[in-house]
Design a protein around this ligand. Structure first.
Ligand code: SF4
Length: 349
């Protein structure tokens, strides 16, 4: 980004209005520019053709308009599409389009890399470089939506913040991006179609409750007792399961929004009858709608593998017997490293 200039997308509509007033321009110019920025997805001032040449030049002189661009795209045999995006400061970040008959879901990243070092996750083995700005997260959604329209002739129906990074450690940008995604002068999507997934930052889960957010929340649980969870998710050492249960209850009291647990099954680690029992216990303490049991996708850096089909089915049946609303999620996009926990900016094929 050029020095001294500010990112025009970091100005609110009223700040833009004030700017144009100071220039002696009419107020509606701000609306026009805002539309170019958030609805027509202009990536240059030159593209804003309903402004005079002089005005476009003025904006060009005073502001920057950095945007994500698609650096590489990979297509999985199952229809999943992984994109690697390029930021204005030469970082790479990934997003995934997961199509089913009923849904077109974008899985977006909130940080470049991640600081939480979950042992089973490829992103966890990368350093956290920086947070994504809200306009960059917005761009991910816009670019994946364009892909969905091009390849599947359908708009995105859902967004999950389950890509690279811990969304609640980039709280302001994630919330602001959702405000832009859901606003009528942004993408106009329903917040009920958005799920933010956290590795479990209790304080920030409470903050979501206090802020009375409208989107859904998923907790990546992956182990149902503190000892095991500490082993695979270091964040648990300071955010233990009891604190998470309390925070989730507070979130639910404040918002009434859907809560989901995510639980990846790891062979001989968290797939026994006792593990299932402990998961049932946690489920009963939280008004959660659903437990997603996720098929693990091995990554090179980690020692975990997935259990055999029989063990997986036993685990599922035990949950069912105990009236847990659980669903088995088969992996998508495995062949292109686009599945859960596999995002690591690997070279494309
Ligand atoms: S699972 Fe999520 S929070 Fe954990 S290291 Fe991976 S990206 Fe970070």
């Amino acid at each position: 980004m050029q020095q001294g200039k500010s990112n025009i997308r970091h100005l609110s509509l009223s700040e833009l209005e004030q700017y144009f007033e100071r220039l002696g321009q009419q107020k509606f110019r701000a609306k026009q520019v805002y539309e170019w920025l958030w609805q027509k997805h202009a990536h240059s001032f030159e593209a804003m053709t309903n402004l005079s040449k002089e005005l476009r030049q003025k904006l060009q002189d005073e502001f920057t308009l950095p945007a994500l661009t698609v650096d590489a795209t990979q297509y999985s045999a199952d229809g999943t599409i992984k994109s690697r995006f390029h930021t204005h400061d030469a970082h790479l970040v990934e997003g995934v389009l997961i199509p089913t008959d009923e849904r077109k879901t974008a899985c977006v990243s909130s940080q470049i890399g991640c600081s939480l070092s979950c042992k089973f996750c490829a992103t966890g083995y990368m350093d956290r470089k920086r947070n994504l700005d809200y306009d960059e997260i917005y761009d991910e959604v816009v670019l994946i939506n364009q892909q969905s329209e091009r390849v599947y002739e359908k708009k995105l129906t859902n967004i999950v913040f389950m890509g690279m990074g811990e969304p609640l450690l980039n709280y302001k940008n994630v919330l602001k991006s959702i405000e832009r995604i859901t606003s009528p002068d942004g993408l106009g999507m329903s917040p009920r179609r958005i799920t933010v997934s956290t590795a479990g930052v209790a304080r920030m889960i409470r903050q979501l409750g206090e802020d009375k957010v409208k989107f859904k929340l998923a907790l990546s649980l992956h182990a149902a007792n503190d000892q095991k969870r500490n082993e695979i998710m270091p964040i648990n050492e300071t955010n233990h399961i009891k604190a998470l249960i309390e925070a989730l209850n507070f979130f639910y009291q404040q918002t009434g929004n859907e809560i989901t647990f995510e639980y990846i099954l790891f062979k001989d680690f968290n797939d026994s009858r006792q593990d299932a029992d402990e998961l049932v216990k946690i489920y009963r303490q939280v008004p959660a709608d659903l437990v997603n049991i996720i098929e693990y996708n091995p990554i090179e850096a980690a020692v975990f593998s997935k259990p055999d089909e029989f063990t997986t089915q036993q685990f599922m049946q035990h949950l069912e017997k105990n009236k847990v609303n659980a669903r088995l999620r088969r992996s998508r996009g495995k062949d292109i490293d686009a599945a859960c926990g596999q995002l690591a900016n690997k070279e494309s094929v």
